[in-house]
Design a protein around this ligand. Structure first.
Ligand code: SF4
Length: 289
């Protein structure tokens, strides 16, 4: 893996993300080894492609400098790890960049939200508990959420389908085991079913099975989000679909006129997810009912 030195690693958002609650994001790596066929990095929006891997080797020192300044101005807010790449790829076991980044976040008392598909996140439960303990939350979030959140993402709970959709990631069953372990250790956890895949994992029965399992394994909340297919990603996704599920390609062309599925599709998905979450007694989104 390439190692690169960066000048900045902390991205400040214009406004807080209403789903993930982050005001900042940090991505310790470029690219990703998990090779999900729906990966947004393939859309061409990012400078590097998913198979161009690099570790931001000086990320902890750069973050230290950037957070020192933010903390001195009391600009506290959730820092999301893993918004544009996976923070716990296999190389992290050896490089420990994400672990050091969490140490810096804890030192400056910022809250953190880790988004991952990897079971390696359980290695850092000690630090996540420390972050939760020390974090200074923005005033409007105090008492509503823990200072450390871990959201494990998956697009299906079907192990065979997952091999096709997310060939490099741990199987969903192992991700659920990681979730269970983190919850047992006292960390606030959730599952992001993002994206669910039209005609493959977005049906009411599949979603109910997935949400029920998330709840049974300890999820405090779930997310359900639609697939988006823009730029090069649309072409590569449809090529993969053509090989495995050729009968679905025409249906996809009907739903995806541009990069987004139709409004009707999105509203239907949201309403199904909401009904299931109410039935199953789990929150849809972190601050949901
Ligand atoms: S784990 Fe995330 S970043 Fe990595 S390939 Fe999958 S969707 Fe892309």
């Amino acid at each position: 893996m390439d190692e690169v030195r960066v000048k900045s690693v902390l991205n400040k958002h214009r406004r807080r993300d209403s789903w993930f609650l982050d005001d900042y994001s940090v991505n310790p790596y470029y690219g990703c080894q998990f090779s999900c066929i729906y990966c947004y990095i393939r859309g061409g929006k990012y400078t590097r492609k998913p198979n161009e891997l690099a570790a931001k080797i000086n990320a902890p020192e750069v973050l230290d400098r950037q957070l020192r300044r933010r903390a001195s101005r009391k600009e506290y807010g959730f820092i999301a790890l893993g918004t544009s790449t996976e923070p716990y790829m296999k190389v992290e076991r050896e490089l420990e960049i994400t672990r050091k980044v969490l140490g810096v976040i804890s030192h400056y008392r910022f809250p953190a939200h880790v988004l991952t598909k990897s079971t390696l996140v359980t290695r850092d439960s000690d630090l996540l508990l420390e972050v939760a303990d020390r974090a200074l939350l923005p005033t409007d979030l105090k008492g509503r959420v823990s200072g450390a959140l871990v959201t494990i993402s998956m697009s299906t709970v079907d192990e065979e389908l997952a091999k096709f959709l997310e060939p490099g990631a741990p199987p969903p069953s192992e991700r659920f085991e990681a979730l269970e372990r983190l919850r047992e250790e006292g960390i606030e956890v959730g599952v992001a079913f993002i994206p669910v895949i039209p005609f493959l994992s977005d049906g009411e029965d599949e979603l109910r099975r997935a949400i029920r399992e998330a709840k049974d394994r300890g999820a405090n909340y779930v997310f359900v989000g639609a697939l988006t297919l823009s730029g090069d990603l649309k072409r590569s996704f449809l090529r993969a679909l053509e090989v495995r599920f050729p009968e679905l390609v025409g249906e996809y062309r009907k739903i995806f006129r541009g990069g987004y599925p139709s409004r009707e599709y999105q509203d239907g998905l949201h309403s199904t997810a909401m009904t299931i979450c109410m039935d199953e007694g789990v929150r849809l989104r972190i601050l949901g009912r």
